[in-house]
Design a protein around this ligand. Structure first.
Ligand SMILES: [Zn+2]
Length: 213
């Protein structure tokens, strides 16, 4: 693709694919990897660099986002109250933490954490699916009962769009929320001390650090 074509593509679409980049696999060090990167333009929102890597040798996969314009450690809180609020989009980079205080649910970063974009309803559906999956491992009626009760709780939020807060924290400022109603979004810049307490799931970074040591 010529530079001119890339430019035209850039103007015409919200997402544009870029040329492959050569990166070694952080797990097996193979150079038999495929990396796709693209810039996502969302109106009224900072540009995101989306990064997807697959290793053909060990099957390691990694998705992540980098916010191209906002780099401070940040906490977002969205106060969802109705069906429209539940359509708010959550952009979760691999190092982002998602917390639903009212239902005691948390999605934490870890070595296998992936970046994703989903709305609040979709994330609750995912949590529901993962909770149901636990039924297979439950080894008492009491435990199964607990799991079913939790699924019922999730269902009531998903079906009735009950008021719920979603908290998104990211020490690198890569995660964010695209609010259905901007007046219901709180953006809090974290102090360096608060940011340090957040877990990160930076597998590529860790591997690079090992090499430096
Ligand atoms: Zn590999």
């Amino acid at each position: 693709m010529s530079h001119k074509e890339v430019q035209d593509d850039y103007m015409a679409t919200e997402e544009h694919d870029f040329k492959m980049m050569e990166v070694r696999c952080p797990v097996c060090d193979s150079d038999n990897t495929k990396v796709t990167q693209r810039i996502m333009d969302i109106p009224h929102f900072p540009q995101l660099w989306f990064f997807n890597m697959i290793c053909s040798d060990c099957n390691f996969k990694h998705n992540d986002f980098i916010n191209l314009s906002f780099k401070d450690p940040v906490r977002y809180i969205y106060h969802a109250e109705n069906k429209e609020d539940y359509t708010s989009k959550i952009i979760r980079a691999a190092n982002g933490t998602i917390i639903f205080p009212q239902i005691g649910a948390m999605i934490e970063p870890g070595p296998n954490a992936d970046g994703f974009v989903n709305n609040i309803e979709g994330i609750l559906h995912d949590i529901r699916g993962k909770t149901l999956f636990l039924l297979g491992d439950a080894d008492s009626d009491e435990e199964r009962e607990k799991i079913r009760n939790y699924v019922n709780l999730l269902d009531s939020y998903i079906q009735d769009n009950l008021p719920i807060d979603i908290v998104v924290e990211d020490p690198f400022g890569n995660s964010s929320i695209i609010p259905a109603d901007p007046s219901k979004l709180e953006t809090i810049t974290l102090s360096p001390e608060e940011a340090e307490r957040l877990k990160t799931g930076f597998i590529v970074f860790e591997k690079a650090k090992d090499k430096i040591d």
